[in-house]
Design a protein around this ligand. Structure first.
Ligand code: OXD
Ligand code: MN
Length: 589
């Protein structure tokens, strides 16, 4: 399918290592994909669902010990330790290869290797980059078909170039203790072994579009961020774009597809989704920052998705979607997950394939990290800019996390550098998207903790440099927290569609249309400036309480930040130390 000698040489080397019985190039044609789907039905890897209710949809179950990204087994390998770490696991490149090569040796004997060229970003876009994934999993091929622009079109985009990410994935023996997800940024290479779960094996997503791409961005002067991108259209038809970074499973997909409250809709406000997870951003010829979504689909968390929380996401999953680890309703051959509706099936299989009665069972039907892989084009509010590849101009960057206390509903950083500080101190309670304890607060700078492909101190520095380059064109930086709790553990802010009210304030700030109160941490809204018209069960007094900045709590927070910063040693930019000192001083006043 190609004469690119860089591709062919690498492929020969990998074939010699993993020794597949057969090598099949994925051209992306409908016939080939149909044949693969049918094969996956025959082997039981996929289950076809009800063609009338869920046309083109299939169900897949992973191994029970393989249900989430494995951060403890995810490595950034470089020649020198100081080029990665301290936040990611590091091992020297040749040492890691020496460990993995024996595991890969002959691991595809008796299997087919699929050679899967794909493009992150729209074909032809100056932002886009090509990868090739070698895999022994049809599940991977079918997911990558949804999540990327796959097949011959990607190879055509690559031409004779050597500039492609080399991905090698094998389910191998699916041994948990030998599971490794390894990025070699200096070699544009990703090796993943012994897993079959999405984030570990769809190498275009976290491995390439964040870990490898963040490293490329640092060297090439652009940014790869764990951010959604959305457009907000006002009644005059003008669309302004914001990007937002939240840790995994904090509602990024919900915010990206938000439906404004009725009052706004009646006036003509609309939200357009450009991306729900990853943004690649670079400075345009006019000096502004532009963003694209490098993906072509949504790999969303299923539980909690319903017609109230996120109708656009739910509608996106009604055709051509792969469901992973949800419950299987045997009565009508559809799927179900906790929080879909109040009517769980009685005659079903749970996510492990065991018989399950949703009305009586104490167990969950779907795994908390069960997923849908849905084509972006299914989304009713997909942006007209989505496929254009020119990128959308970014007015504001929003950081956020899940904090029960301390962090107000929204605040604006004093300037770009202060905004980098705000991003660097992001913190959240852990969720089910990664293995490990749930509910523990962890710092997650820019939501990149598990995804930064190089040393995080250098990453912060790169943010400062981008700010310098952007100068007065730099987007304004904000922080939001939808998750404040009262003393009984109830959410104080209604969230979901009502988050639009906060987005409106953010855009008004960007346009200089509304005043704000300067506090120890930045600019906080006057409660009267957040439009509460039509809001249910919420009053301005509660709003005031969640806009308050408690200096004593922030002084304590500063101690935690200081502790967190220690690990970066000399690599921590001086500017962040200065910012921390300013915070401490402001809290002491
Ligand atoms: C995701 C994640 O899957 O961040 O998007 O975990
Ligand atoms: Mn994510």
């Amino acid at each position: 399918m190609t004469t690119n000698k860089h591709v062919l040489t690498w492929l020969d080397e990998m074939v010699a290592l993993v020794k597949p019985d057969k090598v099949v190039w994925i051209d992306g044609s409908e016939e080939q994909l149909t044949a693969l789907r049918e094969e996956s039905f025959r082997t039981g890897e996929m289950v076809p669902l009800n063609e009338e209710l869920l046309p083109g949809c299939v169900l897949h179950h992973t191994a029970v010990n393989d249900v989430a990204r494995v951060e403890g087994r995810t490595y950034i390998c470089t020649k020198k330790r100081e080029d990665a770490a301290p936040i990611n696991n590091w091992m020297e490149t040749s040492e890691m290869k020496a460990k993995l090569i024996p595991m890969y040796d002959g691991c595809m004997k008796g299997r087919t290797m699929y050679v899967l060229p794909y493009c992150m970003g729209p074909i032809g876009s100056p932002f886009s980059k090509v990868g090739i994934e070698l895999t022994d999993s049809i599940y991977v091929v079918m997911n990558m078909d949804i999540m990327t622009r796959m097949g011959k079109q990607a190879l055509d985009q690559l031409g004779d170039s050597n500039d492609f990410v080399r991905g090698l994935h094998s389910k191998a023996k699916m041994e948990e203790e030998n599971r490794y997800i390894v990025q070699f940024p200096e070699e544009n290479t990703i090796w993943s072994i012994n897993s079959g779960y999405g984030g570990n094996v769809l190498l275009g997503k976290k491995c390439f579009a964040l870990r490898i791409a963040s490293y490329l961005g640092k060297n090439e002067g652009w940014m790869a961020e764990h951010m959604l991108i959305l457009g907000i259209e006002n009644p005059q038809g003008e669309v302004k774009y914001v990007t937002a970074a939240f840790p995994s499973a904090c509602g990024k997909t919900n915010l990206a597809m938000l439906i404004p409250p009725e009052g706004y809709r009646n006036k003509g406000y609309k939200v357009w989704t450009v991306g729900d997870d990853i943004a690649w951003m670079r400075q345009g010829a006019d000096g502004k920052l532009y963003a694209i979504n490098p993906e072509n689909g949504f790999f969303g968390v299923a539980p909690g998705t319903n017609m109230k929380s996120n109708p656009n996401a739910l509608i996106s999953t009604q055709k051509g979607t792969i469901f992973t680890n949800v419950a299987h309703n045997l009565d009508d051959n559809t799927v179900w997950w906790e929080g879909l509706d109040k009517n769980p099936p009685e005659n079903a299989l749970d996510w492990t394939g065991e018989p399950w009665n949703g009305k009586t069972s104490e167990k969950k039907g779907a795994h908390p990290n069960s997923r849908f892989t849905a084509p972006a084009k299914n989304c009713p509010c997909i942006s007209a800019e989505f496929d254009k590849g020119e990128g959308v101009p970014v007015s504001a960057i929003i950081f956020g996390g899940r904090r029960a206390q301390t962090t107000p509903l929204v605040y604006q950083s004093r300037d770009w550098n202060n905004g980098v500080f705000v991003g660097s101190i992001m913190a959240s309670e852990t969720t089910a998207a990664a293995t490990g304890a749930v509910g523990v607060v962890r710092r997650d700078p820019m939501a990149m903790l598990p995804f930064c492909g190089y040393h995080m101190g250098d990453y912060f520095q790169h943010w400062f440099e981008m700010g310098e380059k952007l100068g007065e064109n730099a987007p304004k930086i904000f922080n939001v927290n939808w998750f404040r709790l009262d003393s009984e553990g109830h959410f104080l802010w209604p969230g979901f569609g009502d988050n639009f009210r906060v987005l409106e304030w953010i855009l008004k700030r960007c346009e200089g249309k509304v005043d704000a109160k300067e506090t120890a941490i930045g600019y906080v809204p006057y409660a009267e400036d957040i439009n509460l018209e039509g809001i249910q069960d919420f009053d301005i007094e509660t709003l005031k309480s969640i806009l308050e900045v408690d200096k004593a709590a922030w002084a304590k927070e500063a101690e935690g930040i200081e502790e967190f910063y220690k690990q970066f040693g000399d690599k921590l930019p001086q500017e962040l130390r200065n910012q921390l000192e300013t915070l401490k001083k402001n809290c002491a006043e």
